[in-house]
Ligand binder design. Structure first.
Ligand code: IVH
Length: 667
């Protein structure tokens, strides 16, 4: 039977992929592997109804739908950073204070410097993969994730347990250090700028639009957490389970009972991490017992039961060629050193922030000076000290300008703060930065509205405030360089769809001093609408837990300015969301979907399965993976297999992709 043959070939190919890409111990040659793969392809071509998404032939081919957001099963948190043994002892003391006399075990792992991803498996097959996104909603990168050969498309069966219906794992996608040179050589040849480090290379690759190109990038993964689907007693048990399920887990894992041992391990890695073929920037210390983890709990952005201890920053020496002034979105003037380009911790460095005038004076930094630079992780490099012994006498003392380099208005300094500001509300550079911030990923996330286009829009006098973006029409864009019918239309529709973004993003997008994403969330949670925030007094704002008095003052001050109130009104009339959505948005619920059960099968061509599921759920329906008598609709994509037959047998209503789209769109 052809079905059996296909099954056997798939099992064999899964097995050998695992041996090669996960265990690094191939048992057959590449040629033998390719022969098996060709055989499977031949059989699948003969009977395409046998193709399943978890077939080894189906790694490349899906559609990339960047911008699609899906909620994580559990928030993707960050780790608190520490740098010294003393801070690790503090962590240990805090843990022991909460857990009292209980015996504590710590698991030590390496912190891989790549891109965090969440992989979701339904019924044992990879269903979708997300980036971290804003921590709550990740970006759908399924089609690209599938091309990474060390990620199993199908889970191995556990001998002790049934495969869970839903399983989510977390891991770090990276590019080996030894491969960066090759990738960059190719990029330079094709006129692209080289990636400055392996992390950017990994992140850039996962965001590519063509999975065929992604498949050629040497992306790899280390999985470090089983975040949903199986009950665990310890983290270590989770890691073992991940190995059994077929995942690649970093082997450098140790379990210790005392902080002394942890610190010894940290010192060992500090000496040795550079010899590994992947970038790491520290160790992660995790409390092993899951019950203990629950007792310790999490903060807003990081768990209390884990911590990262970073390796010391790398240093390098270079010369300051020039000092430029950048104008930020709040008008703050920041001096930035233009450096003689240099390689530091795997990155090419050309600029370093000098923070402010006091900092320049305190360190006596002059144009032409040789300086020591430091960089740790992703942090912008900073100037640690000046090598005064290298001075020739031709170095020039930097004079902070009295006027703004963008609008030439007089700048202001105040006694209370170190910053020197341009207070001209129509300063072009400030406006550029404000719009860049408003359109950025964590704010309104308007795809395609990058720095250069913002520049063009401002220079052509098409926008002079954020709200003007929503008055743009395709015809306004056509005369601008680089725009055609299609790109102009795309940008307008991207701007248009940003109107659906939640109010907290709009508030964050205003770029109010001290109001980050978390503060914006807290403010909206408390006041429900931006209108109410705009009316609030400092005292009413600062009672919110998690909002300090500086933030409260800054918010009140922002909305006390008439032009900001006008801006809010304009955004409101443009149709942006300024009110928090109810948890269950009744306006979105549709009769046709409410309480109805859907099963999706086969490949949908215009949207991913997970996007389709999200839409159904949003409209009040349910999505199941198996057909039963209770199923109301089966949506049948291309190459649908046995489920279609089951639906026919049960008499369940079948929808083609077109029917389904029509149903969604008519709501
Ligand atoms: S644990 C709730 N373990 O570092 C636990 N993270 O700053 C949080 N990372 O988003 C993560 N290697 O992308 C953990 N062995 C490791 C890691 C690791 C790299 C990344 C991950 C996470 C970020 C936290």
């Amino acid at each position: 039977m052809i079905e059996d043959q296909v099954e056997i070939l798939r099992d064999e190919l899964h097995y050998h992929e695992h041996k090669y890409y996960v265990e690094n111990q191939p048992e057959i040659s590449d040629v033998e592997f390719d022969t098996l793969m060709k055989e499977l392809e031949k059989l699948e071509k003969k009977d395409p109804s046998l193709i399943t998404p978890d077939s080894p032939t189906q790694r490349v081919g899906g559609q990339v739908v960047l911008g699609e957001r899906i909620r994580h099963h559990e928030s993707m948190l960050s780790l608190e950073n520490t740098y010294t043994a003393e801070e690790l002892h503090d962590f240990d003391r805090r843990i022991r204070k909460t857990l009292l006399d209980q015996d504590i075990e710590y698991v030590i792992e390496l912190k891989i410097d790549g891109l965090g991803v969440a992989l979701n498996y339904e019924e044992g097959s990879l269903s979708y993969g997300l980036t971290r996104g804003d921590g709550n909603f990740g970006e759908d990168v399924t089609a690209n994730i599938r091309t990474i050969k060390s990620i199993p498309l199908k889970l191995k069966e556990l001998s002790r347990l049934p495969t869970p219906n839903m399983l989510e794992v977390r891991g770090e996608v990276f590019i080996p250090k030894s491969q960066l040179g090759k990738i960059n050589e190719h990029r330079v040849k094709t006129g692209e700028s080289p990636f400055s480090n392996t992390r950017n290379a990994a992140a850039g690759s996962l965001r590519l639009l063509d999975p065929n190109i992604v498949a050629q990038r040497p992306l790899d993964i280390f999985v470090y957490r089983l975040s949903y689907g199986l009950d665990l007693e310890t983290h270590e048990q989770g890691l073992k389970m991940l190995v059994d399920l077929g995942f690649k887990v970093n082997e450098m894992v140790n379990v210790y009972h005392s902080m002394e041992e942890v610190i010894e391990c940290y010192y060992k890695w500090r000496e040795q991490y550079k010899n590994l073929d992947y970038d790491t920037d520290g160790i992660v210390v995790k409390v092993n017992d899951i019950k203990h983890q629950a007792q310790l709990g999490v903060r807003a952005k990081s768990p209390r039961w884990a911590i990262c201890c970073k390796f010391p920053a790398s240093q390098a020496r270079t010369r300051i060629n020039h000092i430029a002034i950048q104008v930020g979105r709040t008008g703050v003037l920041t001096p930035v050193a233009t450096l003689e380009p240099i390689e530091l911790a795997g990155a090419r460095i050309e600029n370093a922030t000098l923070h402010n005038a006091q900092e320049i004076a305190r360190k006596d930094i002059r144009v032409g000076d040789w300086v020591v630079l430091e960089r740790s992780g992703d942090v912008i490099p900073k100037v640690v000290s000046v090598l005064t012994e290298k001075r020739s006498g031709s170095e020039e003392i930097f004079r902070f300008p009295n006027t703004c380099p963008s609008c030439y208005e007089q700048v202001q300094s105040s006694e209370q703060e170190t910053a020197i500001r341009c207070v001209n509300v129509s300063c072009p550079d400030q406006l550029k930065r404000r719009i860049e911030h408003f359109t950025s990923r964590n704010a309104l996330d308007i795809e395609g509205l990058g720095k250069q286009i913002v520049n063009q829009l401002i220079e052509a006098n098409l926008v002079s405030n954020i709200a003007d973006l929503y008055r743009l029409q395709t015809n306004d864009l056509l005369p601008l360089e680089g725009f055609g019918d299609r790109s102009a239309q795309n940008l307008i529709s991207a701007i248009d769809s940003s109107k659906k973004k939640p109010a907290s993003r709009v508030l964050f997008g205003f770029g109010i001093f001290h109001v980050g994403q978390r503060a914006a969330d807290l403010l909206i949670d408390h006041f429900v609408s931006i209108d109410a925030i705009a009316e609030a007094e400092v005292e009413q704002i600062e009672i919110i837990q998690g909002i300090g008095s500086k933030t409260a003052e800054s918010v009140a001050n922002f909305f006390s300015q008439a032009e900001n109130k006008v801006l809010l009104e304009k955004l409101k009339s443009a149709g942006l969301q300024i009110q928090a959505k109810a948890l269950f948005d009744l306006s979105q619920i549709a009769k046709e979907f409410l309480g109805k059960t859907f099963v999706l099968t086969g490949t949908l061509t215009t949207l991913t399965r997970s996007a389709a599921s999200e839409r159904i759920k949003l409209l009040g329906g349910k999505v199941n993976s198996n057909i039963s008598k209770k199923t109301d609709f089966v949506v049948v994509g291309e190459n649908a297999g046995s489920k279609k037959n089951q639906a026919l047998a049960l008499g369940t209503q079948i929808l083609t992709e077109d029917d389904f789209l029509e149903m969604i769109n008519s709501v």
